[in-house]
Design a binder for this molecule. Structure first.
Ligand code: 5GP
Length: 143
């Protein structure tokens, strides 16, 4: 089946252009990371390459090495910031997999022994909680 083309008006493209706000924790020339507004756990962060692609399937493989190095950096930071026991890293491709926003992104979620993930795209988190969690992650990234 032929997949749809990249939509330049997807929500993450708008965040990348600064047209809608996000709680950013990291940015470099090629990648940004910000809080998921419907977190599956405290500290749920999205790592997003700036290069446009719908997902992993149509991305230029030359971006993967740096993207994964930022995923590792963010995973270490969220583990430290929240005193987590582990970190779930996940990534969805096309609707059948559960993808809902069509710009490549990697989920990084601190995990705690015995505590399950909340549902994917469940409830919206309060902005003040996201602000506080973003601050914790930024601090951990700098230390
Ligand atoms: P996907 O299902 O495509 O892998 O994940 C998309 C993620 O983006 C979901 O976890 C969802 O909660 C999150 N999300 C959807 N809309 C927004 C938004 O406007 N801002 C932020 N920061 N996250 C969003």
């Amino acid at each position: 089946m032929t997949e749809a083309a990249y939509d330049t008006d997807n929500i993450f493209a708008k965040i990348l252009r600064g047209e809608i706000p996000s709680h950013r924790v990291y940015e470099d020339d090629a990648v940004i990371a910000f809080m998921d507004v419907m977190p599956q756990g405290p500290g749920h962060t999205l790592v997003v390459p700036k290069a446009p692609s719908r997902n992993l399937l149509d991305a230029d493989p030359s971006i993967f090495s740096h993207l994964l190095s930022v995923v590792q950096k963010v995973a270490l930071a969220v583990k430290k910031a929240f005193g987590a026991d582990g970190v779930t890293v996940m990534q969805f491709n096309e609707p059948a997999s559960g993808q809902t926003v069509y710009h490549l992104h990697v989920h990084v979620i601190p995990r705690f022994d015995g505590i399950p993930l909340k549902p994917h795209t469940g409830g919206m988190e309060k902005p003040e909680i996201l602000v506080g969690n973003a601050e914790k992650i930024r601090s951990a990234l700098q230390s």
